[in-house]
Design a protein around this ligand. Structure first.
Ligand code: AMP
Length: 369
């Protein structure tokens, strides 16, 4: 029986472990927080900081293969552990810095949003002059769910961005996209599989809904995925993974405007927009990552029915628990078991299988904040 080591003990770790168990693997998880969600079901765990070199080495020693669910492990530390990390460390290093991430995307066939690097008040002011309003300021590192970001609409907003300086950042063109989409792929080095593409709605920089349906020829341009657009995204995504030589799991987040596909960012780990796959597909992102880690053949994902995933943040936790008690068919409530609930903190998600947006808006939307 192989042991999978996981750097990070959050909900992604928890859901990796659920699938690893089905495949008969053991798990050991490293996280600094003693009551991490994943510790509740991992076979073993190590409580240590993500920059604790000895603890990371111990994780590697006690595992047959190692993966990560947390993106900000210091890159230098990872380099010394690279032979243990099956996915390799390059995808993580490429995704940890927004400037490197965008340059890498461009060099490998994608179209990133236009950006300028800034690192002090002077370069910020110069950048804004070139870019014009509106634009978005983002710190190059450690940003997630809208953290480290400021939308700049006029000079009045400059101070909010300047508060982050001096720190390496990028200034991005604001894309008035039609919609956002993401594609989750898994590569074993030869075969690349992809999950059906989700259409994502963010609120306040955090994913709120992921909507997945079979692409239709009848979808009016700008409102959703047609078969042609779907094919284009799948081809671009797979070619990108191949050109980069990435293995393992990768999600690419995109902005769609007319027939243009802009690269926003990527994540070399299971992704929030892929949570719908647990019940919405015949196989899921966590399962396929585990198959990759365990040297098993990858399975081709298929959508079982139109599906909607609703993220449950702290403000919706009680409602989610109530919905769970109500026991609705094809409504799957996942509560991550985090001890502290806060507004805007991801506490769980609900997957509605066999549901389109219209029906969701009629039947369910009013239940959430
Ligand atoms: P990010 O953390 O970069 O994924 O940004 C969070 C969310 O902010 C995105 O999913 C978009 O909804 C929005 N956003 C980020 N960058 C841009 C942009 N350049 N243009 C328009 N919206 C953006």
């Amino acid at each position: 029986m192989k042991t999978i080591g996981i750097i990070g003990g959050g909900q992604l770790g928890l859901m990796i472990i659920e699938q690893a168990k089905i495949l008969g693997a053991k798990t050991i998880c490293l996280d600094p927080t003693a009551d991490s969600p994943a510790f509740k079901i991992s076979d073993e765990h190590i409580i240590a900081a993500f920059d604790d070199e000895q603890a990371l080495e111990e994780l590697c020693r006690r595992s047959d293969i190692v993966t990560y669910e947390f993106e900000n492990v210091p890159g230098d530390l990872l380099k010394s552990l690279k032979e243990h990390i099956k996915q390799g460390v390059r995808p993580l290093l490429d995704s940890q810095d927004r400037a490197r991430e965008k340059n890498n995307a461009r060099e490998n066939g994608l179209t990133p949003v236009n950006f300028i690097e800034v690192d002090d008040v002077n370069s910020l002011n110069e950048g804004v002059k070139k870019m014009g309003y509106p634009c978005i300021f983002k710190t190059r590192r450690l940003g997630y769910d809208g953290h480290g970001q400021v939308v700049l609409k006029s000079d009045a907003d400059l101070e909010k961005a300047a508060a982050y300086l001096p720190t390496p950042a990028v200034l991005e063109e604001f894309i008035p996209f039609d919609f956002e989409a993401s594609i989750v792929m898994v590569s074993d080095g030869e075969k690349i599989i992809n999950f059906p593409i989700g259409q994502n709605i963010h609120t306040g920089g955090i994913l709120d809904l992921c909507i997945v349906t079979e692409p239709s020829e009848n979808t009016p341009v700008g409102t959703g995925l047609t078969p042609a657009l779907t094919k284009k995204i799948e081809t671009l995504g797979k070619e990108f993974m191949q050109k980069c030589g990435y293995k393992g799991i990768l999600t690419i987040e995109l902005f769609i405007k007319g027939d243009k596909i802009y690269f926003n960012e990527m994540a070399p780990r299971p992704h929030n927009s892929g949570h719908y796959t647990i019940e919405g597909c015949n196989t899921n992102q966590f399962m396929e990552l585990c198959r990759f880690l365990l040297d098993m053949d990858l399975q081709e994902p298929k959508l079982v029915a139109p599906t909607i995933m609703k993220n449950i943040l702290g403000q919706d936790l009680e409602v989610a628990k109530q919905i769970e008690k109500e026991n609705h068919p094809n409504v799957h409530v996942h509560i991550y078991g985090k001890t502290e609930s806060k507004p805007k903190r991801k506490m769980g998600h609900i997957t509605f299988v066999g549901m389109n947006l219209e029906e969701y808006n009629q039947k369910w939307k009013h239940r959430f904040v």
